[in-house]
Ligand binder design. Structure first.
Ligand code: RUQ
Ligand code: CUA
Ligand code: CA
Length: 569
């Protein structure tokens, strides 16, 4: 299970069904355990300001989704959003490390995100090449201080990022905002729920309407429009922005967007594993709205007159529906935040009921969870191979459930067996705040590298004999190797005022033999895994002797694994 860790800014990896946490992968946070935000290599990924400082060292990760091939996770990448600083991060699944971060222009509140599953026109591209990103908060465009009081002109954009280059490909100007995002299995559509079709700037305004929308994007047409030059740009951004506003898209046969009305301040949108339906949870409405993919396509073909007719069911489920998951056997599981429940319902049953057959049983089971679930998700549930084994309810509150640990409580992750007719709670465990959203991947899909290759790193030294102190004016480069239980240099000297770059290569080849490197009173702390190379750059300002030591327990002589860093006055 891979979780986005909310405002902790990282990604977490858990084993199932135990719920044991294996690893945290820093992405938008600073992590002194591995040196994320400290080493030059991680800073280059995170992005730096003109002074070489990390531009943002906080983040808020809400959603995490892997790349797909043929509608199934392919083990290449995980994509994770940062709502706080509008960035998309990418984690490589072979090393489980973040390798790219892209900041998206023209938006605030980047919330929902979802990779596409195939190309809408080219049948050979049956894998993820785009990542869709919704923006929840509307702002003046461009946002340079003009138009602050012209609240009616605030806008949100829907963005598309290239999954490989991580460049922002295009954006769509829309009415309303974006909440959660989903992508279709045929690659033709992306969807986003909208809770603020009122385009309110004030809290009350956002809840004034009985109906909001699920908004659909016609990907092929949007990319045609970009190719034909039918776009604008804002401010310094070069990203093409096409017009997806309601009034500009009234002719279905040319429309880029389709607004399907649903009640009220909807939250999650999740597509069923057969690719047929989008389930939108009503949040302020006790319903889920089921929208048929085929019907939305019919509207774009000019065959379906009224967009509301794309809704094929709207079962009443309970209070505060947030997210829906599927078991691959025709059942849906919706989290009810206010009722603290998971409700299991039949998709076909709900459709029949909506068509007028009031004898069908729509709701099949309810299970209390503890307490207030946000996301619920099933094993392989967001793929064509939803296996119907497990559902996890990630609950926002644990209250009295665990040993008290002070005012900040852990949250509760509850494992539910969904293989039978009735849901069965089989395990629960505390989780450090805040696992926001997660996905469960079958373990045979994930193939990791356990040891790096030395030549992956251009700065690597191949041999301890290459280590030394190399001076160029006031710039000093120190090349060191670590090999248990010693660093290749016992001491290294620089002068006050030097700009020092330390390049450390771990020459140990054995799996799991990680070394750390920290310098007393210099705020430097990072690890190098077997055959890995990392570097740090800093100013030597304080004359004196400073011990550098290995922080990662590596050997019986781990304590002795240290060197002197000497700054001469
Ligand atoms: S949203 S708890 Cu940020 Cu994932 Cu629904
Ligand atoms: Cu090397 Cu501890
Ligand atoms: Ca609303």
């Amino acid at each position: 299970m891979f979780s986005s860790a909310g405002h902790a800014g990282d990604v977490r990896i858990f084993g199932l069904p135990s719920g044991r946490e294996f690893k945290r992968v820093p992405v938008f946070n600073t992590d002194c355990m591995v040196g994320w935000g400290i080493t030059n290599e991680s800073k280059a990924i995170i992005g730096t300001d003109a002074d070489g400082r990390v531009k943002y060292n906080t983040g808020d990760t809400h959603h995490i989704h892997p790349s797909y091939t043929d509608g199934i996770y392919d083990g290449r990448y995980l994509f994770v959003n940062d709502k706080l600083n509008c960035r998309l991060g990418r984690v490589r699944l072979d090393t489980m490390e973040c390798d790219r971060i892209t900041e998206i222009p023209n938006i605030q509140g980047f919330h929902g995100t979802f990779p596409d599953k195939r190309d809408p026109v080219n049948p050979d591209i049956n894998y993820t090449t785009r990542v869709f990103c919704g923006s929840e908060f509307s702002i003046p465009l461009p946002n340079f201080g003009q138009g602050i009081d012209d609240e009616a002109s605030y806008r949100s954009l829907f963005s598309c990022i290239d999954a490989e280059t991580m460049d922002v490909r295009w954006q769509v100007l829309i009415d309303g905002n974006c909440e959660l995002v989903a992508s279709s299995y045929d690659g033709k559509l992306a969807a986003t729920t909208q809770y603020n079709t009122e385009m309110g700037v004030h809290y009350e305004d956002m809840m004034s309407a009985e109906m909001d929308s699920c908004l659909f994007f016609n990907i092929a047409r949007i990319e045609e429009a970009v190719k034909d030059g039918r776009f604008t740009t804002y401010g310094e951004s070069k990203v093409p922005v096409v017009d997806g506003l309601r009034d500009s898209n009234t002719d279905p046969r040319t429309a880029l967007t389709c607004y399907v009305p649903i009640p009220k301040n909807p939250h999650g949108v999740n597509i069923s594993p057969d690719g047929k339906y989008y389930a939108c949870a009503g949040k302020l409405s006790p319903t889920a709205s089921l929208i048929a993919h085929e019907k939305v396509l019919q509207w774009f073909d000019g065959v379906l007159a009224d967009t509301r007719d794309a809704v094929v069911a709207e079962p009443e489920l309970g209070l505060g529906p947030l997210h829906t998951a599927f078991d691959g056997r025709g059942n849906a599981y919706t989290t009810l935040f206010l009722d603290s429940q998971i409700v299991k319902w039949s998709v076909e049953g709900a459709i029949k009921f909506y068509q007028g057959d009031k004898s069908v049983q729509v709701v099949l089971d309810r299970l209390d969870v503890h307490y207030q679930p946000g996301h619920g998700f099933t094993s392989m549930g967001e793929t064509r191979e939803a296996d119907g084994k497990y559902l996890i309810s990630d609950n926002k509150f644990s209250k009295d459930r665990f040993l008290p640990v002070g005012p900040l409580h852990p949250e509760t992750s509850q494992l539910i067996d969904i293989s039978g007719d009735k849901m069965k709670l089989v395990h629960d465990n505390p989780v450090t705040s805040e696992p926001h959203d997660s996905i469960i991947i079958r373990r045979d899909i994930i193939k990791t590298k356990q040891v790096y290759a030395l030549d992956q790193f251009p700065l690597a030294i191949k041999n301890a004999k290459e280590s030394g102190v190399f001076r160029e004016g006031k710039k000093v480069t120190i090349k060191i190797a670590s090999q248990a239980p010693a660093f290749s240099l016992r001491e290294f000297r620089v002068k006050k005022g030097d700009e020092v770059t330390i390049i450390l290569t771990n020459l140990d080849k054995i799996e799991d033999l990680t070394h750390g490197f920290a310098i007393e009173r210099h705020n430097i702390n990072f690890v190098v895994n077997p055959q890995e190379t990392k570097s740090v750059t800093f100013k030597a300002n304080k004359p004196g002797v400073y011990w550098c030591y290995c922080t990662h327990f590596c050997h019986a002589l781990h304590m002795e694994m240290r060197s002197r860093f000497i700054v001469e006055p």
